[in-house]
Design a protein. Structure first.
Length: 277
């Protein structure tokens, strides 16, 4: 079984090293393709010293998550692999993580994507994995549960899926690349499931992308169109592709209104909904 692990990172040296330690402890023969998007904290040097087998790809400094993962995946596609394993560089994998991914896939003849449930380090809360059609987060119940909206923190994609739908779409800058890939799979008859149990610990990165508070209108729109914002052009493409043009127009109109209105009105109408959690 040939496995390619795909990661992208930026200035999280300690977390990235810890993630790789947990991976190689379980899968020592795994081939790793890691995009370092111009880190300045010595990430590449530390990886080369500790894990010389890792294929390090230098980014431009403007790839962020989705385009970083696309770059790593494109490089891995130069060789032939049975599975492609997505990993966020800030997670710590449990010893049984890969066994759980493979067992869940085997239940569906391997023609599916498996997204691993990720919990916080206190094991009190599920952070990532995915959500159902009502956008309710999936929680473990000892059975694989079907996902509508997939998170890309730890995901196993078999070659058969890649042969059918390709790799992640580089139109996405930071977010939405994982959600888009999961939806594209489902639209092509490929189901997405969550693992039966959590298979990793991680950190919550729950900050608001659609609005910045306490700044001028110009600064709000600058943040909105930034890679870490909720770019209206990319969001329109995403929503039109998966939900139709009407819902795309409604969402973009809503986002513009949300950013045009002053802080006081937004807080009065929506409370803390659009503030960092």
């Amino acid at each position: 079984m040939k496995i390619a692990a795909l990661l992208t990172c930026f200035n999280r040296k300690e977390k990235t090293i810890q993630c790789l330690h947990s991976l190689f402890h379980i899968l020592p023969e795994c081939n790793v393709y890691l995009v370092d998007d111009l880190s300045t904290d010595g990430t590449s040097e530390a990886i080369q010293e500790s894990f010389p087998k890792v294929h390090i790809i230098k980014g431009t400094g403007n790839l962020f998550w989705s385009r970083g993962m696309y770059t790593a995946w494109k490089e891995a596609m130069r060789k032939n692999y049975d599975y492609y394993l997505w990993l966020n560089d800030d997670i710590e994998l449990y010893p049984f993580f890969f066994q759980e991914l493979i067992e869940c896939q085997a239940l569906y003849n391997s023609n599916c994507i498996i997204s691993g449930l990720v919990e916080d380090f206190n094991k009190n809360k599920i952070l990532y994995g995915g959500s159902d059609s009502q956008k309710k987060r999936i929680h473990p119940n000892n059975q694989p549960q079907q996902i509508k909206f997939m998170n890309g923190n730890v995901v196993l994609v078999p070659k058969s899926v890649v042969d059918k739908i390709g790799i992640i779409n580089p139109i996405y800058h930071h977010d939405l690349g994982d959600v888009d890939y999961g939806l594209t799979a489902q639209e092509n008859g490929i189901k997405v499931y969550a693992t039966r149990i959590p298979i990793a610990s991680g950190y919550s990165n729950n900050f608001c992308r659609v609005r910045k508070w306490g700044v001028t209108l110009k600064e709000r729109f600058k943040k909105l169109y930034s890679p870490l914002g909720s770019n209206p052009t990319i969001n329109f493409y995403f929503r039109k592709k998966h939900f139709g043009i009407t819902k795309a127009i409604i969402f973009i109109t809503y986002i513009f209104i949300l950013n045009i209105l002053p802080d006081k009105i937004v807080a009065f109408v929506w409370g803390d909904t659009y503030k960092d959690k």
